[in-house]
Design a protein around this ligand. Structure first.
Ligand SMILES: Cc1cc2nc3c(=O)[nH]c(=O)nc-3n(C[C@H](O)[C@H](O)[C@H](O)COP(=O)(O)OP(=O)(O)OC[C@H]3O[C@@H](n4cnc5c(N)ncnc54)[C@H](O)[C@@H]3O)c2cc1C
Length: 495
């Protein structure tokens, strides 16, 4: 069994060179996930001078660990939105998701992208009697705007279900193959792309943005922050506007795939899709998710997943975890970050539906940059009113964040640690020593450089994970996921 995403297996691409000089561009895109690559793709035919940088490899972020369903039937999203937004706005959200599905299909067709794209139907199902009315309400809404919805009791899968709805015209794909194809197309079109190039600060001087990497400077007229968690915006997002959700995913070999995907309407989340490449067929099964700040015994959560897969009669070949930002009002943040900074754009907060939302973010942001109208820009604007009535998770978010932030500073709260990890205080600094299978010691500082939260050892994926804002570090302390901009590698006598 491999402890990594199935999409990251056997990727054979030559890394692009990091940025080695100071440059001036019209547009800088920070991050090569679905948001950044979709923005770049939409701008590729413009006359703008564009650069895209990624701290790691393009296509290896959160997008590479998703289940990659391309669907507008997203748990109970419409039922939730209808509680606080007008029917018109909820319909607009639905239209944005359908437009994104069509954009992905068009891009794949026009460029003959080989990314295992397959049309499927999508189900939302529940085995909880109390949820049935909510799904029915969602069904009524979808039908009221002309979507054909089928009602059923069971989904074509071996899980208990009391009620389900099914829609068509949705799809699944391999997200990494999709992003790597966009990368190739954009590079051919003259967009400059740099990997292993981390932006550590963004400053505005008059009407230019000065973006610093460790060694160089990028001066840009417009900047698109497409790096999942916006490292430079404090305290814009947390904890009031969003929280992080972590989920556990598996891929198991099977004999036959089916042409549907499905997800439960309520927790514990179970999500199902199939994937086949030239030689093998897989069931991709997600079981369990939680607010990053809570229930963070990672090994236990993976064991729950493994047991669930085995109960279905399969053996996981890959297991991995992933995180996404859940916004307080269930809509993403896409557009200019403030009225004072119309040329600084952001796309994030996709509520675990980033294939569609990241794609539509690419369209909205590129339209804003090119001066085109976009009918979704007001609804998704990061400057939309912060209306407490629209905020459903706010009190819980605040409580969980505070608990995690304060709680994980207490020594007693270290029950998530692993038997192969030792903690020490050296020169007043907390360090952690992990002994690997060959008895080799890997030493790191045990505080996240972002906001000094104590880190959790993820014994399955062999990483140090931040339970506050999802930064991740490898066992030798290299930061592999933000918002942290710094490593935690321990250097003796060199703090
Ligand atoms: C368990 C799970 C399952 C999911 N399944 C689905 C699904 O089935 N369908 C769906 O629609 N959505 C799904 N999602 C949601 C989706 O995966 C995300 O919303 C989406 O991938 C986020 O894309 P992104 O471009 O914002 O981030 P990313 O893909 O993470 O891209 C951001 C990029 O920015 C780079 N970066 C970060 N900081 C810097 C910096 N300082 N300088 C330079 N580069 C930087 C990173 O290296 C990364 O490559 C799922 C999410 C989870 C957690």
């Amino acid at each position: 069994m491999e402890n990594k995403s199935i999409w990251l297996k056997n990727i054979d691409v030559k890394p692009l060179e990091p940025l080695k000089e100071n440059i001036n561009v019209d547009v800088l895109i920070i991050g090569g996930g679905i948001t950044g690559m979709s923005t770049a793709y939409n701008l590729k035919d413009s006359k703008l001078n564009i650069a895209l940088v990624d701290r790691d490899l393009i296509g290896h972020g959160v997008t590479s660990k998703s289940t990659a369903k391309i669907t507008y039937l997203q748990e109970l999203i419409y039922e939730k939105l209808l509680k606080t937004f007008s029917h018109r706005d909820v319909k607009l959200y639905l239209e944005s998701q359908i437009e994104a599905i069509m954009l992905i299909a068009k891009t794949i067709k026009e460029n003959k992208i080989k990314c295992n794209y397959q049309k499927t139907s999508s189900f939302v199902f529940t085995n909880d009697e109390k949820e049935v009315a909510k799904i029915k309400m969602q069904k009524n809404f979808l039908e009221s705007v002309g979507i054909k919805v089928k009602e059923t009791k069971n989904i074509p899968f071996n899980v208990k279900s009391k009620y389900a709805i099914e829609v068509s015209d949705t799809a699944v794909f391999n997200p990494v193959k999709y992003l790597l194809s966009l990368k190739e197309i954009c590079v051919k079109k003259g967009i400059k792309m740099y990997e292993d190039t981390k932006i550590i600060s963004i400053d505005k001087i008059r009407d230019k943005y000065i973006c610093l990497t460790n060694k160089n400077k990028i001066i840009a007229d417009k900047v698109v922050v497409a790096c999942h968690y916006p490292f430079f915006l404090f305290p814009f997002f947390m904890p009031i506007k969003a929280y992080m959700e972590q989920s556990y995913i598996s891929a198991s070999l099977i004999d036959e795939t089916k042409d549907f995907s499905a997800i439960t309407s309520n927790t514990p989340i179970k999500s199902i899709r199939y994937y086949s490449n030239a030689t093998k067929k897989y069931l991709i099964y997600l079981n369990g998710s939680h607010n990053l700040c809570n229930k963070n015994d990672i090994e236990k959560n993976f064991n729950i997943l493994k047991r669930a897969v085995k109960r279905l009669g399969y053996e996981p070949e890959y297991i991995w975890s992933n995180v996404d930002l859940i916004t307080s009002d269930n809509l993403p943040y896409i557009g200019s970050i403030s009225h004072n900074q119309p040329n600084l754009y952001i796309g994030t907060g996709y509520n675990t539906w980033g294939m569609t939302n990241g794609t539509i973010a690419g369209k909205i942001i590129s339209d804003l940059i090119l001066g085109n109208d976009n009918k979704y820009s007001t609804l998704f604007s990061p400057t939309r009113s912060f209306n407490l009535a629209k905020i459903t998770h706010f009190p819980l978010n605040l409580y969980s964040s505070a608990k995690s932030f304060i709680g994980n500073k207490l020594i007693k709260n270290k029950n998530w640690y692993h038997k192969n990890v030792i903690f020490k205080k050296v020169d007043g600094e907390n360090i952690a020593i992990y002994k690997d299978e060959n008895n080799k010691e890997h030493i790191v500082y045990n505080k996240c450089p972002h906001m000094k939260c104590s880190l959790i050892f993820n014994s399955i994926e062999k990483t140090w994970d931040c339970p506050c804002h999802s930064s991740r570090f490898d066992i030798d302390g290299k930061c592999i996921k933000g918002p942290s901009r710094y490593n935690i590698s321990y250097k003796k006598n060199n703090k």
